[in-house]
Design a protein around this ligand. Structure first.
Ligand code: NAP
Length: 292
């Protein structure tokens, strides 16, 4: 980070990604200010609902951050179908509030977006300039956040990611392992392709891009592409759980929000900028499950 005197403000500091970003910044000896919503009793935490414009402005004026890393979001893809207004208030308007306040304070805004901004019908990896066409309320709300940042301007980095897993919060791997321990067999979807992303690796990417004062739109995930079935199968094998994983189709698990069949993003521009490649998701999974 070009400016080491001013702190890094991490918004959504207690989420799956936010926790890793805070941990890595502290490990690197950076001065960190943590904003969370809903607020809690931790004296190190500042309450911040990003949908409240004046509170966003006030906190940024008080903190004068060199960098704002936004890990907060409305992330429930299925509930967003019923609550699109709320999802858009957080993922669109709230992100716009952060962008405006960051621009005013000349802070670098690092924001995280999603593969759901694409239509999910691609056949080759999406580039950062592949036209967007979200198919779900969540995808539309996240795209409105990207658009808000780009139209407000200032200094910004947007990193799109996919299939996030990490130590905090609910994730696919924990759900599969819990079910696999209870049942002799499980069905897992085998017709959606994407790339899992380890929150620890994404945290490093965000901080390193900020350190390099990068600007613009990036993609980051752990390759290679796989299906949810492949991902589940690997986790169950690594843990040595005696449960048969059977492939099934998306149609067998109807959900309120449509799921993209193809979510693979090209990350080469990001790796070039970072000067390092992400580890494979299999290696990341071994780190996560501590089975190295
Ligand atoms: N998880 C994935 O698979 C995935 C995939 C692609 C992209 N992403 C993106 O990656 C980023 C990090 O995701 P994550 O999985 O770490 O999310 P997460 O664990 O759900 O954390 C998001 C945090 O934001 C908070 N939040 C919600 N509304 C807020 C508001 N109005 N003001 C301030 N904070 C608010 C949440 O609080 P509550 O928990 O109380 O709601 C939560 O602490 C997000 O931008 C997400 O869209 C995630």
């Amino acid at each position: 980070m070009a400016d080491m005197k001013n702190p890094v403000l991490v918004v959504g500091a207690t989420g799956m990604l936010g926790t890793e970003v805070v941990a890595l910044l502290k490990q690197r000896g950076r001065q960190v200010v943590e904003a969370v919503w809903p607020g809690d009793d931790d004296p190190e935490h500042h309450d911040l609902d990003i949908t409240i414009t004046e509170n966003v402005e006030k906190l940024l004026e008080q903190v004068t951050p060199a960098v704002v890393i936004n890990c907060s979001a409305y992330t429930n893809v299925d509930s967003a179908e019923e609550e699109e207004e709320l999802a858009t208030a957080v993922n669109g308007t709230g992100v716009g509030n952060l962008a405006r306040a960051s621009k005013k304070m000349n802070s670098l805004l690092v924001h995280v977006s999603t593969d759901y901004v694409f239509d999910g019908r691609g056949q080759s990896p999406y580039q950062t300039d592949t036209p967007t066409h979200p198919q779900s309320a969540y995808g539309r709300s996240k795209l409105s956040g990207e658009e808000a940042i780009q139209s407000i301007g200032g200094r910004w980095i947007i990193v799109r990611t996919s299939w996030l897993f990490g130590r905090m919060g609910k994730n696919f791997i924990d759900t599969i392992l819990n079910l696999a321990r209870q049942r002799p067999e499980l069905k897992v979807v085998n017709d959606q392709r994407g790339c899992p992303t380890y929150a620890t690796d994404l945290a490093r990417c965000l901080i390193d891009l900020a350190d390099k004062d990068a600007q613009g739109l990036f993609h980051f995930c752990n390759g290679p592409a796989c299906t949810w079935y492949d991902f589940a199968q690997e986790a169950v094998e690594l843990k040595g759980i005696d449960c048969r994983i059977n492939p099934c189709s998306t149609d067998e698990f109807p959900r309120p929000a449509p799921r993209p069949a193809y979510s693979v993003m090209d990350c080469s521009k990001t790796f070039e900028q970072l000067g390092w490649q992400s580890q494979t998701w299999m290696q990341a999974l071994r780190n996560y499950l501590d089975t190295d």
